[in-house]
Structures are given as C-alpha cells and as structure tokens.
Design a protein around this ligand. Structure first.
Ligand code: SIN
Length: 330
C-alpha cells in the first residue's frame, strides 16, 4: 500500500473511532420521577416497575431516577418544577390540579362512583380520555390514569353519622370540592401537604383525614387514629403527567418505547392497588391499633344525603356532560 493510502486508511479508522466513542459517551436522557408516597404503595410500585422496564429495554439511553416520599418535591411544587424542567414525570392525585384545570375536580365529588370498576370505565371512556388532555394548554400532558382506590375517613373519635364530624378538623388535599364536602357536614377542612399529615394527626393538631387503605397503612396514620370509618365516599386516583416540552422533545424512536413501559407499569400499579385495598385494610384490622367501623345502609345514606349537594355547586366548573358520563359508568 502506498504511503498516501496508508494515511487515508488511518484517518478513516481514527474518524470512525472518534464517532463510536461519542456514541458510547452520549449522555442518557434522564427522567426524574418524583412522588410523595412510600415505595410499598400502588404509585411507589408503579414508579419502580417503570424504572425496571426502562433499564431493561433502554439501559444506557434513558436513565430513570425515582424519588419517593416527597424527597424531591411535594405535590404543591411538583407541577411548577415540571414546567421548569426540574422533574420529568410525576403522578399527583387528581385532587391536586385545581390551578391547572377545573374539570378534573369531578374525581373529588363525594359518592359519585360506586366502585373502582366504575372509575376505570369512566376513565377509559371518551370523557375520561378527554380529561387526560385538560391540562394541555398549561404545558402538561396526561399520559394515563393510575388507581389507588376508594377513600375512608379516619378520626380520633368514631364517625358513624355526619353529625359526628361536626366541628372536627380534617386534613384535605388542595381541592375546593373536598373543602365543600367537609363543610357540608359541619366539619373544618384544612388543606395540608401529604408529608405533614402524620405529624398533624400525632400532635392532635387535627382530628382526622380521608385517605385510601394503602396510604393509611404505609404512612402509619392508623397508629395515631383510633377509628377508621369504611365510608368509600370518594376516589383517590392519579394522573401520570409530563411536560409537553419534555415529551415532544424526546427522540421519535424513544418516545413510543417510554410510553409502552409506562402503560405496562400503570397496569402493574393498578393490580397492586386492587390487592392493597384488601390486604392493607386487613393489616390495619390485625394491628388492633385502629378500629374499622362498618356503616349500616341507613348510616351511609346520611353521609350521601349530606354530601351529595356538593355536586350541584361544582357542576358548572366541571361540566355536566362529565358528571352525567360518570353516573352512567356505575
Ligand atoms: C398520594 O397518594 O399521592 C397522596 C394523597 C394525599 O395527599 O392524601
């Protein structure tokens, strides 16, 4: 080979080495997933499953970092942080979108859904799917719903009928519908972050709160609340969200793979939710730290009668078409 040919071949090899090195060294896309609950919950398990699937399928190209227990952001800050690009995925409770859309308030209406099957049916129907996009104009995209389950009322004294809640202080998520729901029974609602609930209950700064079996169990609320009324009066589900900027900026070859991993992780999380609604309830009963009160049909009806007028108050903000569709899903 002539000297000039040797030089040319060496240059080509060197260029190829530089190119392959830069591919190897290309920084992975980082997805920070921030949430507020414990790892052993439907959302905690879903987030970890998502990380596992992405590691297996897109390892090196995409790196998922999960931050549970409000380690990175509480729900009051996470949406702003997402719009600033400081976090890429989150799944706040549907009750925490008040600043971004009024329509999602539908999920807070008391006694709207008779069971989780009805919630699922509504979410997968046309109205539920339309609601996924109700935050789009604010720069956020709903990628899917995730279940936690139906809410129960916990308190420092037994709550059998609405009069038992009168003048009691209850922590609520940042929702005006939930505030109206407690006001409807003469109680005093206080909007507080999830991370503060245990201490507020322990120090008796508040009398009670509403939450799902898995949240009551994993955050040990049952250890500081001697009574839990099995009211199933409302739903606590999540919207898995990202920012439009992040989502549309993903490479076209990667985005569908991330969405697929997310859909699978959500399906897994939903199974965990169904199991935990039964298992965590039982663990609480077995602990004997808290007495679970089952309502008679007549007692439950009193709660329905007291709280249901809240629907009418929020009908215009939410949209009657959504409420009608939700009723039909029962
Ligand atoms: C959550 O499940 O993400 C928190 C719910 C709450 O704030 O009560």
């Amino acid at each position: 080979m002539s000297k000039s040919k040797v030089l040319l071949v060496s240059l080509v090899v060197a260029a190829a080495l530089v190119a392959s090195a830069s591919v190897v060294m290309a920084k992975p896309i980082v997805i920070k997933f921030s949430h507020v609950v414990a790892e052993n919950t439907p959302k905690g398990q879903m987030a970890n499953k998502f990380k596992q699937l992405v590691d297996e399928r897109l390892g090196g190209k995409v790196l998922v970092e999960v931050f549970p227990n409000s380690q990175l952001f509480g729900d009051n800050k996470v949406l702003e942080a997402m719009l600033l690009g400081d976090v890429q995925l989150a799944a706040p409770s549907l009750s925490k979108f008040k600043k971004y859309t009024k329509s999602l308030q539908i999920y807070d209406l008391p006694f709207l859904f008779s069971n989780m099957g009805a919630v699922e049916k509504f979410q997968q129907g046309p109205e539920g799917q339309k609601l996924l996009m109700s935050i789009k104009s604010k720069g956020l995209i709903g990628l899917g719903y995730l279940h936690n389950g139906l809410k129960q009322l916990s308190a420092s004294s037994p709550l059998r009928v609405p009069a038992d809640a009168k003048s009691k202080k209850f922590r609520i998520m940042s929702s005006d519908v939930l505030a109206a729901q407690f006001e409807a029974v003469g109680a005093m609602p206080l909007k507080k972050p999830f991370s503060e609930v245990f201490t507020l209950l322990q120090t008796k700064a508040i009398d009670g709160q509403e939450n799902t079996w898995s949240n009551i169990y994993s955050k040990k609320f049952y250890e500081v609340q001697p009574y839990i009324t099995e009211s199933n009066h409302g739903v606590l589900d999540y919207l898995v969200i990202t920012s439009t900027e992040f989502w549309t900026g993903l490479p076209d070859a990667i985005r569908p793979q991330i969405k697929k991993a997310l859909d699978e992780a959500i399906a897994f999380g939903n199974k965990v939710a169904a199991q935990k609604a039964i298992a965590d309830r039982q663990k609480i009963i077995d602990s004997k730290r808290s007495e679970v009160l089952e309502l008679t049909a007549a007692e439950r009806q009193q709660w329905v009668d007291a709280m249901k007028p809240v629907w009418k108050k929020f009908e215009d903000q939410i949209g009657k078409n959504y409420i009608d569709a939700a009723i039909k899903s029962n």
